[in-house]
Design a protein around this ligand. Sequence first.
Ligand code: 13P
Ligand code: SF4
Length: 312
Amino acid sequence: MNNYYSTPDSNNEELILKIKDLKKKRNAVILAHNYQLPEVQDIADFVGDSLGLSMEASKTDCKVIVFCGVYFMAETAKILSPEKTVLMPDPDAGCPMASMIAVDDLLKMQAEHPDAKTICYVNSFAEIKAHCDYCCTSANALKMVESLPYDEFIFVPDRYLGSFVKGKTGKKIHLWKGFCPVHLKFIKENIAEARSKYPNAKVMVHPECSEEIVAAADYALGTEGMLRHARSAAGENEYIIGTEESFIYRLAKEVPGKKFYPLSKSCVCPNMKKTTLEKVLWCLEDMKTEITVDPLIAQKAKLSIDRMLEVK
Ligand code: 13P
Ligand code: SF4
């Protein structure tokens, strides 16, 4: 088994017991994104990608959702479950890509392309989602654009995911200039070096990576797509993974017969790393920080998010 990360130490054991106990008392569910620290993934009731977490948030029976991820994800959970209390252990965990487009920018683009339908990547604020026709994640962006009966789209904010979809579908797609600073840390040399070090490994990268990284890889998939592929691909036993480093912990745990290597050690999302076990415990103790969304914005944003949940 790939031993890239250490397992929780004895100090963590005490924290884990307290979190489990308090979680029951508060009737809370802990949701964690694939990029969370290994020990945070381990105490979560559900670990997944943006799409899986949104689905889980929309169907949980618990009164409280503790969201271990970044702000736009907790906001999406609140929009899907307005009657639930959604808490973030560290509300300063944001996604820089989501901050790269403002509503005025979007309205300007829509005025320039009046016939285009607007799709936003889920990595965006609720206010942006409220001005879009559809929302998508990396797991269903391609399927969505392919299946919708329209030929012209505005895609925001990630120019790389947008350009990946554009290249595959051939549809007319107007791109915004947003990007993920973490996934852009991969450079072509990383692929050449990793392939020479692990000649039998396949390279899987996230579609948030630059075009040249996607072109040099064997597969471009969202995190859950990578997991599904690794589980089911016969004859492939080793993978070089081009996404945030903590995802390797989940891959190694859930696909124990195969080996996973990071494409580079510099792909670390500092915001995803803001959530720690201590903060999860404090969050349950103090019932803080609660995430709220303006009801009018939430109502409009929910339409595009509901459409996203229909495409798996
Ligand atoms: P996934 O939806 O593939 O988990 O990606 C979310 C994200 O923030 C990627 O950087
Ligand atoms: Fe945002 Fe990139 Fe971090 Fe994902 S990895 S949350 S896109 S900064």
